[in-house]
Design a binder for this molecule. Structure first.
Ligand code: TYM
Length: 335
């Protein structure tokens, strides 16, 4: 069987980028025959970005409800919270000991933080935690603990999956065995990076996200109406490829709907109307999921039960895996 695995960091409200970049393709993959799916809430990763306990709890509930509302079947998939799996931080340490520091120096998130410090004239590492630096190793442990073959993610995560491969390869080489499967990244090229309100990558850190469910359909419409466009008036031809509206539309529409939307923009559809059409297209997909989402959000105890069952299933795999690794590393003998 093929193992498909992906996670979402519990630091905010799920947005359209999380949905089309990760949740939707992951659930589609989980429905293929011969696939075992592992989906989780990355709450250890959340600690790197946030010390706000209430926010992390709230985000976990929202993300879990989102996966379930989007069609994840917790009976079939293994659906869990990262912090319920003590084997993950244990494996993180084993991997840390063979990961080259130079590779971590090249990680995009760390480098971006160093560059920001350079711009403001600070010391290179000012305000940067070892947690941020180690982020890719923790993520490698998430993936390698379960021998995942495929990791569906948005484009911003490609480097992390490549690092996980590198780390796995190095461990296998140093310890002379096939201890880890080399994971492959799975990207939907159509939507590899969904733009946000300002045309940059939709991201919690840019504050430009369109929430998937939060605030209901009114918030969805109001937020879509705030997407930045150029100043071309109704009647003037629009540049579809240069417009975030078109990229967002394409992420939700089929081929013929996309062709029609492009033609309408090029024929001079006004931005206001174009936003209304986009809203209606997205709302058609989101409305039935939102109903399930709201029911799930009203039952946090039910979600907790699902996550605990998922953790037991996940540990049934990770516990023997780590036992074998401890033995290979000389920490325990098999006798
Ligand atoms: P996170 O929480 O930032 O994002 C979750 C997923 O959503 C995707 N995504 C996007 N895709 C397309 N367009 C966008 N604008 C967009 N914004 C976000 C991300 O690429 C990601 O797939 N480090 C990860 C979580 C993680 C993980 C893992 C993922 C921890 N361990 C192991 C896979 C495997 C993260 O912070 O994603």
């Amino acid at each position: 069987n093929t193992r498909v695995l992906t996670g979402i960091t519990t630091t905010g409200t799920p947005h359209l980028g999380n949905y089309v970049g990760a949740i939707r393709p992951a659930i589609a993959a989980s429905r293929e025959p011969g696939v075992d799916a592992f989906f989780f809430m990355a709450d250890y990763h959340a600690l790197i970005k946030s010390g706000d306990a209430a926010r992390i709890e709230r985000s976990r509930l929202e993300i879990a409800a989102t996966w379930l509302a989007a069609g994840l079947d917790p009976e079939k998939a293994t659906f869990y919270r990262q912090s319920d799996i003590p084997e993950i931080p244990e494996l993180t340490w084993f991997l840390t000991c063979i990961t080259s520091k130079g590779m971590l120096n090249r990680a995009h998130a760390y480098k971006a933080a160093v560059d920001r410090n350079a711009e403001t004239g600070e010391d290179a590492d000012a305000g940067i935690t070892a947690g941020l630096y180690m982020y890719p190793v923790l993520m490698a442990a998430d993936i390698l603990a379960f021998d995942a073959n495929q990791v569906p993610v948005g484009r911003d995560q490609i480097q992390h999956i490549e690092m996980a491969r590198d780390i796995a390869q190095r461990f296998n080489h140093l310890h002379g065995g096939e201890f880890f499967v080399l994971p492959q990244v799975q990207i939907d090229e159509q939507v590899a990076t969904l733009p946000g309100l300002d045309g940059r990558k939709m991201s919690k850190s840019y504050d430009n996200t369109i929430p998937l469910f939060a605030g209901g359909k009114k918030a969805l419409r109001d937020t879509i109406m705030r997407i930045v466009t150029d100043s071309r008036a109704p009647g003037e031809p629009k540049d579809a490829d240069g417009s975030a509206l078109f990229t967002l539309f394409r992420a939700f529409a089929n081929e013929s709907e996309t062709v029609a939307y492009r033609q309408a923009l090029e024929a001079g559809l006004g931005w206001g109307e174009a936003k209304q059409v986009l809203y209606e297209r997205i709302e058609t997909d989101v409305a039935p999921m939102r109903e399930r989402y709201e029911a799930l959000m009203a039952d946090p105890a039910g979600i907790e039960t699902i996550l605990l069952r998922g953790a037991a299933k996940a540990r049934a795999i990770a516990t023997p895996k780590l036992a074998a690794l401890r033995e290979a590393l000389g920490l325990r003998s098999s006798a």
